[in-house]
Each structure stands twice: as C-alpha cells, then as structure tokens.
Design a protein around this ligand. Structure first.
Ligand code: ATP
Ligand code: MG
Length: 504
C-alpha cells in the first residue's frame, strides 16, 4: 500500500513519492543532534489525524530525530517490516485497529522504544501499554516540555544500550558471553543462537554432553531476556521421584497427601515472571509429560514462565524409544541449541584453565600460575567430562601446587577421566572413627570426581541408582550452603562441582 496522504507545504521532506517521508528541520539547539547536524536517531509517528501527526512529527524532528509517519496500523507495519526505528510514537486508537498490536508484535517491535499517545479519557489503555513495555505515554493535546523530556530519555536510553552492546561485543571477542567463557568458532555459533533467542519468549532445548555448560547457557539466556529481574529456577527432573513430580512442579494443597500439611507452591509458581530450567528433561515420567503439555493452556497454572529444557541424551532417540512424548519434544524443541564438547573447541581449554585459576586465585588470595607444560597437557587431554572435568582438574591442581601448576598434576594425555584422581592414586583414606555418613559422602564425591563429573557413570560405579546419587548430591549442596563442615569434599580435595542443578 502507499504511504499516508501528506498535506503539501510541509518543511523540506526528503524522499517523496513512496510515502516514506523524512522530515528535516532545524533542530532545537538544546536537543540532541550530532556534531555534523545529522539526526542520531529515527522516529516513526503513527497517528491517523493528519494535522496532529504532522505537528507532532515536526516537534520530534526538532528534537534531533529523523522522522517518518504512518496513518494506520497497516501502514506502520509496512514501515516496520522494512526498517528499524529507535522510537515509535503510537496513537492507540487507529482506524484499522489498536496501536498496541504493534507493541505486542515482538518481531516488529524488537529494539524500538514506544511512546503511546492517548486521549485524556483513555489513560487506562496507556497504563496497559506501559505494562506491555512502552517507555512512556503522552495525552492529547501534547504537553511539549513533556515530549521533549521523554525524547531526551529515549536518546539517553539508546546511547546506553549502544554502549552496552559495544561492551558486549568486546567481551565476546575476548571470549565471554553472559556467563559462558570460550572463543572457539563452535562457541561463537552458540553465542549467535543464544543472542537471537534470548530476547524472545521461545522455548529452548539445550543438548550436549554432560559438563558442556547447558545450565550456564540457560542462565545466560535468562540474563539476556526481559525476565532478568525475575527468578531463574533450575529443576533437575532426574532428581524428583516419579510420584512427587506433579506436586513438585505444580504445587499441592494442604492435606492432599499424608505429610502435606501446608499448601506448597510448585516450581512453576515459584518461577513466575522468570525462567524455569528443566534439566534432564527426558527423565520426566511419561505419564506426567501429557500433563506438562497442557500447562501451555495456562488454565492449569496461570503463571508467566519461560521454559528452557536440557538433556545430555539424544532427544530424537528418546522419542523413538518412547521415553519422550513426540508432542512434548516438538513443544520444547522450538529452538534447539547444541553445546559442543570441549574436545571440539581446543583453543578454549587454555582460556578456561586460566579463567578457572583466576577465579581460585581471587577466592583464595593466591597468585598461582600455570606451567607451560601443564597447559600443553591440558590441551592434549580428551575431556570426556568436558568443562566440568576441566574445572575440577584445575581446582585440584591448584590445591596441590604451591605456586606453579605443573604437568604432573594434569591427567595423562588421552587418559580417561579416571586419571583426574590425585597423584596419590585412586584410593580413599578413611580414618577409623569417621561416621558412616561421612565415609559415604567422601566415597560418592571422590567417585564422581574420578568419573569427571559424569553422574551416570559414577552411579554405575557406586552401584546406586542415578536418583539416589542426585539426592545425595543435593543434600551435600544444601549442607554446603549452610556452611556445615560435613559438606566438604574428600580431603585433600577441591570444592567439587558435582553438577547439581540450582535447588535440587
Ligand atoms: N563455557 C563455560 N565457561 C565457564 N564455565 C563453564 C562453561 N561451561 C561449563 N562451565 C562450568 O562447568 C560446570 C558444568 O557446567 P553445566 O552445569 O552448565 O553443564 P551441563 O551441560 O549442564 O552438565 P550436565 O549435563 O552434567 O548437567 C559448571 O561449573 C559450569 O560453571
Ligand atoms: Mg546441567
């Protein structure tokens, strides 16, 4: 469709004919214009009343904005489909629909600030627009000093965002993205995907071997989304007993089963306004999967939660073997992201080794350094336990080294994760007089460590179920948080990262 009918005699418009008019007027000296006089930001004024729209455009242009106009929702959509605007001044009552539609359209509205315009009688709808992400609102007739102040805020917000973006790009080049460290090409591709999906509401399914950083990637998505101020709640589906699943996720009423003496909020409710991370999602009992799917209908649990799921198994294979419902798979897999194993991002090994050692130095107040031979050995290792295994190796080597972390502290080239055990060997020394509980804890943590953090292998080695292992680890974690001495790791040994998720 063509542009809005424009009345003649307006100040110099560039680009007539297509309906995409840019208004160039002498800018108000007190407002934001680049040194060379070119407008720094662009604005789209959407209003069906021609005189009002034109006059508003003029004032916005005086604020240093390159200004464009649209007279309807359809026309605004057309403009937004072809270019980006820094600010959109939006009349809510348009002839072909409610302007708020544009604000709600994530694809069109991404990256623009909205100022809604409303008649005095409909401040309610302006308030609604603020709730949906508009920056501010103006009532008709426009209060010019207020318009000026709002536009100045937009400029400041844009500048701030641009600065943040530059800093982020810089960090990314240095090998950091959100909570993730790594600059290998395989990680750069992951960063591209995470950056794209984070600001949307799309569900994400993270796949990748154990210890590749799936949980960290989920946190990074949360931190880069509008949900950032809300909670990020990690739930490990492998750690919840089948029979308790529904209550844990959706909560239960007082007395709904023996021992349930208080209404307990489920994880969904607790994650309201934030992100729920469902780790090891394939472990979700089949009978619960159907119920989980219905949650989308919002009638079951009316909460605002974004779900991110992860698995270190092949989800398509799980569908074939009947462990994962196909419909749930498609629901979760809106946006798949695969975390590459550490062996495929060789250059990151050294970067991560330095990163972890720096963290330890900062924590312990030490100045320990890597020996070149040790780094060479790290690079040659296969890392079946991925980043978690590397982190544990660094922790242990840092404890055993005085100042320099030498190659003798690093697993053999090509060695299995078992080589991660301390130089003393693979045995565990337990003093007579220790409690059974303490001995069990130390054996579990030492076995897990010798398996490079691979919980499945550790459970098999110990001859216990995976769920039992998860439960023990969550108890250790909880005790660690409470500062209980009983929660330490096998001595001598590092503070282990057993890879338990969030609260479980
Ligand atoms: N790219 C990374 N940068 C920094 N630390 C990382 C990175 N990837 C993983 N880690 C660290 O390694 C450990 C394991 O990461 P995480 O728990 O995210 O892995 P995971 O893929 O969820 O593993 P699992 O499948 O066993 O649950 C954590 O301590 C995490 O902080
Ligand atoms: Mg995990």
């Amino acid at each position: 469709m063509s542009g809005a009918p424009m009345t003649p005699g307006r100040p110099e418009r560039t680009n007539g004919g297509t309906g995409d008019y840019a208004v160039a007027v002498a800018a108000d000296p007190a407002t934001t214009v680049k040194a060379n006089g070119a407008p720094r930001f662009s604005a789209l004024v959407v209003d069906d009343e021609v005189n009002f729209r034109e006059s508003l455009s003029l004032h916005v242009a005086r604020g240093g904005y390159e200004t464009h106009e649209a007279a309807s929702v359809a026309e605004a959509r057309e403009r937004l489909a072809t270019r980006h605007f820094d600010v959109i001044l939006l009349d809510l009552g348009l002839p072909d629909g409610d302007g708020i539609e544009l604000l709600r359209d994530e694809r069109l509205a991404a990256g623009s600030e909205f100022i809604v315009i409303t008649g005095r009688a409909s401040v309610d709808s302006a308030v609604q627009a603020l709730r949906e992400g508009a920056l501010d609102y103006l009532t008709k007739p426009i209060d010019l000093p207020r318009l000026k102040a709002i536009l100045a805020t937009v400029s400041r917000t844009r500048e701030f965002k641009a600065e943040v973006r530059d800093l982020r790009d810089e960090l990314r080049q240095l090998g950091r993205f959100g909570r993730l460290v790594g600059r290998a090409p395989a990680m750069q591709s992951v960063y591209d995907l995470l950056a794209r999906v984070a600001p949307t509401e799309a569900g994400v399914l993270l796949t990748g071997e154990s210890g590749t950083g799936k949980e960290l990637a989920a946190e990074t998505i949360h931190l880069r989304s509008r949900r950032r101020p809300g909670p990020f709640l990690g739930v490990n589906c492998g750690a919840i007993a089948k029979s308790l699943f529904e209550g844990e996720l959706f909560g239960h009423e007082k007395g709904s089963f023996t021992g349930a003496d208080n209404r307990r909020r489920g994880y969904f409710e607790e994650a309201h306004g934030g992100t729920l991370f469902l780790d090891e999602v394939i472990e979700m009992p089949l009978e619960f999967q159907a119920k989980f799917l219905r949650v989308g209908g919002a009638d079951v649990v009316p909460v605002d939660v974004r779900v991110i799921a992860a698995t270190n198994r092949d989800p398509a294979e799980a569908v074939r073997t009947g462990l994962l419902r196909e419909d749930l798979y498609y629901r979760l897999n809106v946006f798949p992201v695969h975390m590459p194993p550490l062996r495929e991002r060789g250059e990151d090994i050294e970067l991560l080794a330095h990163h972890f050692l720096e963290g330890i130095n900062a924590r312990e107040g030490t100045e320990k350094r890597w020996a070149a031979a040790a780094l060479a050995r790290l690079r040659a290792h296969r890392w079946p336990g991925n980043v978690r295994e590397l982190k544990n190796v660094v922790e242990r080597a840092a404890i055993l080294a005085d100042t320099t972390l030498g190659s003798e502290l690093i697993p053999e080239v090509g060695g299995r994760a078992a080589a991660v055990t301390p130089p003393a060997g693979t045995s565990l020394h337990i003093r007579v007089g220790s409690t059974l509980e303490d001995a069990e804890r130390r054996l579990i943590l030492a076995t897990l460590q010798s398996c490079g953090g691979d919980k499945k292998r550790a459970a098999e080695t110990l001859g216990i179920g995976l769920k039992t292992l998860y439960n023990r680890l969550s108890v250790y974690r909880a005790a660690e948080r409470l500062g209980s001495p009983a929660a330490g790791s096998p001595s001598p040994g590092p503070a282990l990262d057993p890879g338990t998720t969030g609260r479980l």
